[in-house]
Write a protein that binds this ligand. Structure first.
Ligand code: NDP
Ligand code: HSE
Length: 326
């Protein structure tokens, strides 16, 4: 059986979750893809730190050069977070002839055209299912079984942390700060949770979703974005009195202007929903991604939008699809 050697950049929630699944499901994975997966390196900041996740016999290193210069590494998994150095590492890995899988929507959304071009130039795959919707396989669905559709709209709850915070405030009357700490402890939040609560993470994901669904790239900084940091327990209680829930929504859609020309509109902002709307029932760290295609009609994907194992599952799916193709 061929052995595929890989390196994982990052051993936090996502890199660690991936290692946990590789350990838990190793036998069935290797039987299914008829390849052995060997994790040669894990890149971290601090090689001496005690780690809650398995390291699978990999060498822990703080040197990306060691990884990129090792010709035996065929696939690099990027799960560092932040735009740099993550984007540069992905570029270098592709230039060195390695396939790349990333969960990092910030680095991807900010550099989407350049990274895709780099992958194409080097005839390597760049896969990123985990970057939007955690464990939900919506991106693969849009790019494969649904690729024959013209999409008119993408909309959804794209951030697990904020949905978790809003749900706990509504259900249990807990304060914003208490729940944010809980979301961080559960591994849903970004290293800097400002990106979650200010809607920046949802804007990154909307940028990627629109690029795939509409073939139009909008830099995330160009997306009008409002987060949930100004929402108080009083706002939540008022909404509850009216039978409403507040959800942070990312929305991209085509709308005709006064001359009948279709214009792409987009925003991230908190919105209210009543129980008649399917979004109302999407709680905690769960995400929902709704799309409307001119052939398939309306579809909504629902599932865990954050957390080590759901996200690890999406990363692993991309990894195995590349490994099988080698
Ligand atoms: P964490 O903060 O939990 O982990 C980051 C890891 O990367 C740590 O192991 C850290 O090392 C390492 N690291 C960070 N910067 C560097 C660097 N410059 N050089 C070497 N190592 C570095 O983040 P997450 O695992 O939560 O997130 C990783 C990525 O996945 C992010 O892009 C995030 O947006 C994305 N993502 C996260 C999800 C989630 O639910 N958490 C879901 C979907 C995507 P050390 O351990 O030594 O500190
Ligand atoms: N911080 C992100 C969230 C992780 O809460 O949705 C998943 O992308």
């Amino acid at each position: 059986m061929k052995t595929v050697k890989i390196a994982i950049l990052g051993h936090g929630n996502v890199g660690g979750g991936l290692c946990e699944i590789l350990q838990m499901n190793r036998q069935l994975i290797e039987e299914r893809i008829e390849r052995k997966i060997h994790v040669s390196y894990i890149l971290v900041n601090n090689v001496t730190k005690e780690r809650p996740w398995p390291t699978l016999g990999a060498k822990l290193t703080d040197s990306f050069d060691e990884i990129v210069n090792d010709n035996s590494i065929e696939i690099v998994i990027e799960a560092l977070g932040g735009i740099e150095p993550a984007a540069s590492y992905m570029r270098s890995a592709l230039e060195a002839g390695k396939h790349v899988v990333t969960a990092n929507k910030a680095a991807l959304a900010a550099n989407y055209p350049a990274l895709l071009e780099k992958a194409q130039e080097n005839n390597r795959q760049l896969l990123f299912e985990a970057s939007v919707g955690g464990g939900i396989p919506a991106l693969t669905a849009i790019s494969n079984p649904l690729q024959g559709n013209e999409f008119t709209e993408v909309m959804g709850i794209l951030n697990g942390t904020t949905n978790y915070i809003l749900s706990k405030m509504w259900d249990e009357g807990l304060s914003y700060d208490e729940v944010l700490a809980d979301a961080q402890a559960k591994g849903f939040a970004e290293a800097d949770p400002t990106a979650d609560v200010e809607g920046i993470d949802a804007a990154n994901k909307l940028s990627i979703l629109m690029a795939l669904a509409f073939h139009v790239y909008v830099h995330p900084e160009k997306i009008p974005t409002e987060g949930i940091s100004k929402i108080t327990l009083k706002d939540i209680e008022n909404a509850k009195k009216h039978g409403e829930k507040i959800k942070l929504i990312g929305h991209g859609y085509w709308e005709a202007d006064e001359n009948g020309q279709e214009i792409l509109k987009y925003h991230v902002k908190p919105m209210k929903f009543t129980s008649e709307h399917p979004i109302f029932g999407v709680d905690n760290e769960y995400n929902a991604i709704y799309i409307n295609g001119n052939a398939v009609g309306q579809l909504m994907f629902y599932g865990s939008g954050a957390g080590p194992l759901p996200t690890g599952s999406a990363v692993l799916g991309d990894l195995l699809s590349i490994a099988r193709s080698l």
